[in-house]
Design a protein. Structure first.
Lengths: 187, 397
């Protein structure tokens, strides 16, 4: 198994934009996407994979927090004190919805690296990530990834290439451990 | 040994039990109307499929995350009809559920005039783990979130795990509610909702030339999946899952690949796993959202697999009747698959009137089409480019 794990501080720049093939999608990125696409880029350049490689990705639970914070801040700035639907639509760009959708990180990585194979998007769980990889209909290596965007804006990102049978007895199976734990342990 | 579905607990616009859902499907009653559970002043669109019991919307207070509340009810139904807790030890039971965006209670947060980490934020995965503990499920609690294919991926993984003997029984399915301010208005801003001038029950028109967008909805569906060898003699499975395929377009964050070629690979993978040829498929239950780009893409995908025969295979979309519950849509649409298999019919697609030359499917209208239905292809796709295909067979011992 080959793996990579990186973390970025709350205010640390994540220089992903110059690497992007589809720069127009950058407006949909949050800090988890930036970190994940950057780390995946380096990992897959060092370890190229076929386009039909299975790719499973897990985000952490607090990913939606930053979008909710943005919504609340916009309300404060507008002076509105109660919820107002028309105001919400006027203040909330469509990008916010994309930033809330948990499958976008995987979507960006797939687009950038032309990954069109089997896939799954997991919330939080290392166990679900590993079971997805173990049961993939392939004997080749599968790509696993996870991100963890913390409340303060710091972010962790990890990727691994592993054969399904290498994961079968992993102690994180059946536990409530977050997926990023798998990559922290790979350091 | 086969992977079978032996019970379904369901709260959806079709009703709040499996039997009520089947009855609403039989009657073809529209389940979409103007939203009742939210104050919709200022909404540009007000149509939605809300969870109903005996035809009436089930209302909840704003502090409640409906996808958790109703999934609890669906588990309660499932336990009462299948006794899964008596039949399996806690460490043999696993939860694999498709979900959606977390619920954000924005009204309460604004009233409190402060924002702190976690304020108003109902975390789906944590809450689902709580439900798993409550219902004696201890082998794992897994939540999937690929938007409109989340529950298909949950069911697909469950199928694969059971086939490999990695769990005793799995409660799969999906639970999602788009009827909240952030979810509903977020989708309004994406421009994906129906702009039809028709009244709300008629706004979602899958595969119709005059389709203009989808209508959001909500559903919580718990599906008990197990190996046929573990099923007691007095229980007849509702259906058998025989194949699953999944691919990624890797093309756009919003639109499906218009060629349908990557989705076709998912269909072929599912057929191969089920050891079937395209000729063995009797009818197709589409994703059929009612958005302008969905139907041509699905048609091109299926034409790639089935060739000219696609024009004669009867197809169906449930979304005209119930709307689009995003993370729960495949799970609720499994009810339609089971209806087709049990009654040997293809149901009419509610609100379909005018054929679309870009997607000249054989739609069923007015009355159910009676044909032998043994193998159904269930197709779904998602924002972000995920494509899933499930093959579901009539249970035969």
């Amino acid at each position: 198994m080959k793996a990579v794990y990186r973390s970025f501080g709350a205010y640390e720049e994540i220089p992903v934009l110059p690497l992007l093939k589809k720069r127009k999608l950058f407006k949909y990125y949050n800090r988890e996407s930036m970190a994940a696409v950057l780390v995946a880029d380096g990992f897959l350049k060092a370890n190229p994979v076929p386009g039909d490689t299975a790719f499973f990705y897990a985000s952490a639970e607090v990913e939606n927090y930053s979008v909710f914070r943005d919504i609340y801040d916009r309300y404060l700035q507008s002076g509105m004190e109660e919820f107002d639907a028309a105001g919400y639509i006027a203040m909330t760009p469509p990008q916010s919805q994309f930033k809330m959708m948990r499958n976008m990180v995987s979507c960006f990585i797939s687009i950038e690296n032309e990954l069109r194979g089997d896939n799954n998007i997991i919330v939080d769980s290392a166990s679900a990530l590993l079971y997805s990889a173990i049961t993939a209909r392939t004997e080749s290596e599968v790509l696993l990834g996870a991100g963890f965007l913390h409340y303060d804006g710091s972010v962790e990102s990890g990727f691994a290439l592993a054969r399904p049978d290498e994961l079968l007895h992993n102690p994180l199976l059946g536990t409530d451990a977050p997926a990023i734990e798998f990559f922290r342990k790979c350091q | 040994m086969s992977v079978v579905i032996t019970g379904i607990g369901a709260c959806s616009p079709l009703g709040c039990s499996f039997q009520e859902s089947m009855e609403t499907l039989r009657k073809g009653l529209p389940c979409v109307d103007d939203i009742e559970n939210l104050d919709t002043r200022g909404f540009p669109v007000k149509a939605a499929g809300e969870i109903r019991r005996a035809g009436k919307v089930v209302k909840t207070s704003r502090e409640i995350d409906r996808k958790i509340y109703f999934f609890d009810k669906a588990l309660e139904q499932l336990e009462s009809t299948t006794a899964f807790r008596e039949r399996y030890r806690a460490d043999q039971l696993l939860l694999n559920i498709g979900g959606g965006v977390d619920y954000f209670d924005i009204e309460t947060v604004l009233q409190q005039k402060s924002f702190s980490p976690g304020a108003g934020h109902h975390k789906m995965a944590s809450d689902m783990r709580g439900l798993a503990r409550k219902w004696g499920i201890a082998a794992g609690s897994h939540i999937f979130a690929s938007a409109c294919t989340a529950s298909a991926q949950a069911i697909g993984l469950s199928f694969r795990m059971l086939k490999r003997g990695l769990a005793g029984a799995i409660i799969s399915g999906g639970s999602d509610s788009m009827i909240s301010y952030t979810n509903y208005l977020g989708f309004c801003s994406l421009g994906t909702l129906s702009s039809s001038s028709d009244p709300s029950p008629f706004k979602c028109k899958p595969c119709d030339l005059e389709s203009s967008g989808t209508v959001l909805s909500e559903a919580s569906v718990a599906i008990l999946m197990e190996n046929s060898g573990n099923v007691p003699d007095n229980v007849t499975p509702l259906a058998e899952i025989t194949g699953y395929g999944c691919t990624m377009d890797a093309m756009s964050v919003t639109d499906p690949d218009p060629s349908g070629l990557t989705a076709a690979k998912a269909v072929r993978a599912a057929l191969e796993e089920a050891s079937l040829s395209p000729d063995d498929i009797d009818c197709i239950h589409l994703h059929g959202t009612g958005t302008i780009k969905c139907a041509p893409s699905e048609y091109n995908c299926l034409r790639e697999v089935f060739g000219p025969r696609i024009d004669s295979i009867p197809v169906y979309s449930m979304k005209g009747q119930v709307g689009h519950s995003i993370g729960a849509c495949t799970a609720v649409e499994i009810l339609g698959v089971v209806y087709s298999l049990q009654n040997q019919v293809v149901l009419p697609t509610v609100n379909f009137r005018t054929p679309n030359p870009a997607a000249p499917f054989r739609m069923v209208t007015e009355v159910p089409l009676e044909i032998p239905v043994r193998n159904i292809l269930k197709l779904n796709s998602a924002f972000g480019g995920h494509n899933t295909a499930l093959i579901i067979r009539k249970w035969e011992k």
